[in-house]
Design a protein around this ligand. Sequence first.
Ligand code: GAP
Length: 440
Amino acid sequence: MSTETQELTSMQDLVSLCKQRGFLFQSSEIYGGVNACWDYGPLGVELKLNIKDSWWRAMTLRDDVEGLDASILMHPRTWEASGHVEGFVDPLVDCKTCKGRFRADKLDHAACGKKPSLKPGAHGECELTEPRQFNLMFKTNMGPIEDSSSVVYLRPETAQGIFVNFLNVQQSMRQKVPFGIAQIGKAFRNEITPGNFIFRTREFEQMEMQYFVRPGTDRDHFEKWKAVRHQWHLDNGLRAHKIRFHEHGPKELAHYALAAFDIEYEFPIGWQEIEGIHNRSDFDLRRHQEFSSKKMEYFDETTKERYLPYVIETSVGCDRALLAVLCDAYRIEGERTVLKLAKHLAPYKAAVLPLMKKPELLELTDKVETLLRKKMKITRDESGTIGKRYRRQDEIGTPACITIDYDGLADGTVTVRDRDTMAQERVSVDQLLGYLARND
Ligand code: GAP
């Protein structure tokens, strides 16, 4: 058997594995699917929860960061203040021949619907419309009357819920600058060119933290948060050579940013942003102060100064971080496909496998299962050869397979097989929890 290791080279291979193994399904598949929306299946939701938990712990198990869960629908003035009504637009062109719709600034990366080997507009038959500005925010109406006074937006970023609550959180929690507010939640963008599985979707989840600092100290805090965020991706198992920083040049900077770095991951589709770290200056608080006519200033009790803090933002897409984790973990080793997920992210921490469906083995299996279930998410699998069962667990990234066999009936031990090395060790049932925790 060949033991050559291959990494993921085609996103389609991952899409297939995710569907077959219950990580991700296309939304509304029975109706032909809805473009750029995905449903997390039983294992996908566990992985996603573990990623959110890992982010929440990294960001909030500290004195200087508070949590928040703001609503998706906000006062429409929020989006005027934030600049999204005016500025959150992409230039859009339509092709009258192939009926394709493209971003005018990304035509070089697009393919004509009729002749995919050509760029849109690159041949005589193709007729592109003049670019028009397309706002990426989804609009809906609040209440029963659908007129302009009832228009509200699905938030395109979670950050604004944090800005408008800055003083609520600071005062209720008696926080002193510098401090941060962290939030995980859904965001919606009517992307013109979504795709690449869950890389760019129209509904996604963000994990954002705004750190409020005294102006003049922003550069130092920016550097500290860059390092913290880089480490988080490494702790999730991404290999160091697959992630890098990309600094935004003046033309790339968002309307609110003084400085910005992306953390990029090398996907099978190339290097792409997974997280943004931005110095947003006092742009947002100043604009909300202006649009709401409410003071947003912080009062420093020690120096008796009032000022608008600057904001260092860290913003990572949960789905995109999860996609990077899956791409990085995916390996083909000889005849097995294995997800080498970091153990704290794996949907199941262990699988319990009786060698045969014999009553005496099932009795010990029940005992082991009950012992482990109290402490961790596990699965039990009784069907198929033991080799097939190992392969199934490898494919979903289960770090440990625990086999219950006849030797165990005599001496109270089980076999623990390690996902990555495939090495097997006999461990006493009494020691099992400690053993699995040590190998965490
Ligand atoms: N508050 C700042 C902000 O929203 P952004 O760079 O537009 O900044 C931050 O988005 C992160 O959100 C991105 O790095 C990416 O991980 C994720 N993200 C943005 N648009 C997305 C989309 N359409 N689908 C999936 N994730 C997206």
